[in-house]
Design a protein around this ligand. Structure first.
Ligand SMILES: NC(=O)c1ccc[n+]([C@@H]2O[C@H](COP(=O)([O-])OP(=O)(O)OC[C@H]3O[C@@H](n4cnc5c(N)ncnc54)[C@H](O)[C@@H]3O)[C@@H](O)[C@H]2O)c1
Length: 456
């Protein structure tokens, strides 16, 4: 679709036109006098909740941009009115065609700066470009008055992540980071009901998590859709191989422990209600070609937390050569265990024998009673083993696409009907936590976290 001249009045006055976006920007400024704190802005919005459709831009239409778009198409009141991607001949075209099919009238762009300058009716932008672009694009979008949903990893550098938090505070605009488990009803239920309210796991002592993945070949591209080398260079890519496989390159992504681990280590911080005090980690590029896989293809990290209840040791592993066990997080306390994964159907809860019975929590609807399984007959048990305790389960399953609740939370927050589930500050704490694992691998030493590391 061609870019429209819908903004005919631009340039005729020194004042920006009072469109919907500017109306909110200026009304917010008037309410606050000068610069509004996010709390004030949130309460100002709360008094006038918005129910009308939101105009949203999608910046980055690759694998994840398309996943997010598919969720957006299932959410009422969302109009995708602009799409921006430097891969015009492929991802951008593909998404544009999909939007046409769903009757979302939109304009397309290659350069996000042009999009921000031209699009005057946007409410929000969803950013799903490679990590090293997040900080610049997020800051510019916030400064253009937009609410931003930015994919994890928030940034590949702490300096970039810090700028994003500062821009969100300065502008008073909403910034949601794409750690989507934060809005997943199963994770919320486990945190709010089982951990916080019932405390059924007792004192957490140990956490164990992993993302084990099979060998994957490098990503290719249809040769006739290759991007011109001048365009690639303009956007920081040496060639098509690096453009497609940016995750493996230093200065572009953070490697598997950041890419995958940030989702899960974010849950460590959340469920333990703490931030780590140290991390020891080992890893390396042991399997793939280090020329084209600059980041470690495997990392084993051990975080130490000092929680209100005592010390917790939290192990995390990411490997890219074998998918055994897939991905999950396990929280072990002296009264029970929570085994949870974003993968649907993977959540089991175990009671330690000495823990008080959990009937009251079953009756309250927090848990579902285990299905009784008969003890094996005839089999001789090794005396050193005991039978696995019966597994309780959650009373519901999440059937939505994984990212839909997080996007809904973002749109609800724009309308003044919700608080963000993963603010810039939360994203920053997670970025500090995971980026230090790479540092610990590189420096081959225990890296300490100071409380000031998490402050901006
Ligand atoms: N939350 C999740 O579960 C999840 C899952 C996968 C990826 N992600 C995140 O989503 C982001 C994108 O990952 P992906 O797998 O879709 O990568 P991808 O390489 O498939 O897609 C990136 C897209 O961005 C475009 N692009 C690159 N630089 C650009 C620029 N400067 N301006 C505009 N467009 C640009 C590319 O052309 C491509 O279409 C990453 O930050 C990644 O960490 C999150």
């Amino acid at each position: 679709m061609a870019k429209s001249d819908h903004n005919e009045n631009r340039g005729q006055s020194n004042l920006p036109p009072i469109d919907r976006r500017n109306f909110f920007r200026y009304s917010a400024a008037i309410v606050g006098g000068l610069v509004l704190g996010s709390k004030t802005l949130a309460s100002a919005r709360k008094t006038a909740p918005r129910t009308d459709a939101l105009n949203v831009a999608l910046l980055g239409t690759g694998a994840q941009g398309q996943v997010l778009l598919n969720s957006c198409l299932k959410i009422d009141g969302i109009r995708i009115t602009a799409v921006c991607d430097i891969w015009a001949a492929y991802n951008q075209r593909r998404v544009s065609r999909l939007l046409q099919k769903y009757h979302h009238e939109h304009r397309v762009y290659e350069d996000y700066r042009e999009m921000l300058a031209e699009e005057r009716d946007l409410d929000a932008v969803i950013i799903a470009t490679p990590d090293f672009w997040h900080a610049e694009q997020t800051v510019a979008s916030l400064e253009a008055g937009l609410a931003v949903y930015c994919e994890k990893e928030m940034s590949n550098t702490l300096a970039g992540a810090r700028k994003m938090v500062q821009a969100a505070r300065r502008t008073g605009r909403l910034l949601q980071i794409g750690h989507q488990r934060r809005s997943n009803p199963r994770y919320i239920h486990c945190y709010e009901k089982l951990i916080h309210d019932a405390g059924i796991f007792g004192r957490f002592t140990t956490v164990n998590g992993q993302w084990n993945r099979s060998v994957q070949p490098d990503l290719g591209w249809p040769k006739k859709a290759a991007i011109d080398s001048a365009v690639l260079k303009k956007y920081g890519y040496a060639d098509m191989h690096q453009f497609r496989n940016w995750r493996w390159f230093k200065g572009m992504g953070g490697g598997p422990v950041v890419d995958l681990g940030s989702h899960q280590i974010d849950i460590y911080n959340w469920f333990l209600e703490a931030r780590p005090v140290s991390v020891i980690a080992v890893g390396g590029t042991d399997y793939y070609d280090p020329q084209t896989h600059e980041w470690y293809d495997n990392v084993q990290a051990l975080y130490e937390y000092s929680t209100n209840q005592g010390t917790v040791r939290a192990f995390y592993q990411v490997i890219t050569t074998n998918r055994n066990g897939g991905y999950f997080e396990t929280f072990m306390g002296d009264m029970g265990t929570l085994y949870i994964s974003e993968a649907a159907g993977r959540c089991s809860i175990y009671r330690e024998d000495q823990a008080p019975l959990w009937d009251q929590w079953v009756n309250k609807g927090y848990l579902q009673t285990p299905v009784e399984t008969a003890a094996p007959t005839g089999a001789l048990l090794d005396v050193r083993e005991t039978l696995a305790p019966p597994a309780y389960s959650l009373p519901f399953e999440m059937n939505d696409p994984y990212h839909k609740p997080h996007l809904e939370n973002f749109f609800d927050a724009i309308r003044g009907n919700a608080a963000l589930n993963c603010t810039a500050e939360i994203g920053y704490e997670t970025a500090v936590t995971v980026l230090k694992a790479n540092q610990a691998v590189a420096e081959e030493r225990k890296v300490l976290f100071r409380s000031t590391d998490f402050k901006i």
